[in-house]
Design a protein around this ligand. Structure first.
Ligand SMILES: [Fe+2]
Length: 218
């Protein structure tokens, strides 16, 4: 189990919600230039608190899962997923020859933004063992798509995206983008790769569901 949970030598620890959030804040401090840092801390701050709503509990950034039933569907799964993507990038980075277009700043931002809408939605807690949630009816989910909602959340924090960052957010989001892959920027390709490595490689190994398609070939 230790090997599985350290697939990318992910420094995040499942269940250590506050510690993982601190690590995410540290990456903001390291990767984001000083003149943009406050806005990004503001972004995290705007999402941190849990809020009780009529439809259920709105989970803040520290407790949000990355999915309801797919990968990282556990308490704190979203931050764990982001840190795992960053850990994958740290493994890959030494072999990238041209880092001019893939700076830590741009890669970290792509990671941080790509699932940010998941930290702003109402979750109905169905059980704690195993930890399970369902989606509540949040008006923002009915008024906009998830990628647009991510942009809206960033806008609230005063963060605007350049065209390449917009491309990475819209075309790498969860791998569900329907636009042709050839239109993906290098940043979008990389964000998608890191997302897949965390979401569909590490998590499947951890949950032992990686054989679900290969079973048919035996
Ligand atoms: Fe993701």
């Amino acid at each position: 189990m230790g090997l599985q949970m350290n697939f990318f030598r992910n420094p995040a620890i499942k269940g250590n919600l506050e510690g993982n959030l601190i690590q995410l804040r540290e990456l903001v401090a390291i990767c984001i230039p000083q003149n943009e840092r406050e806005r990004h801390f503001g972004l995290l701050g705007s999402l941190e608190d849990d809020v009780a709503t009529e439809e259920g509990l709105y989970l803040g950034l520290a407790r949000s899962p990355a999915a309801r039933g797919n990968h990282h569907a556990f308490e704190g799964g979203l931050v764990y997923h982001l840190l795992e993507m960053w850990a994958a990038w740290e493994r890959l980075r030494p072999d990238i020859m041209d880092l001019e277009h893939l700076s830590n700043e741009r890669v970290f931002k792509a990671i941080l933004y790509h699932d940010i809408h998941k930290a702003y939605r109402t979750y109905l807690l169905k059980g704690s063992d195993p930890w399970q949630v369902d989606y509540g009816r949040d008006p923002t989910d009915q008024l906009m798509t998830t990628d647009i909602k991510s942009i809206w959340i960033l806008m609230r924090a005063g963060i605007t995206l350049d065209p390449e960052q917009m491309n990475a957010l819209l075309l790498a989001e969860g791998g569900y983008a329907k636009i042709k892959p050839k239109w993906q920027s290098v940043l979008a390709k990389l964000a998608y790769l890191l997302d897949e490595m965390s979401g569909n490689v590490a998590s499947r190994i951890n949950s032992s569901t990686f054989l679900d398609v290969s079973e048919g070939y035996k």
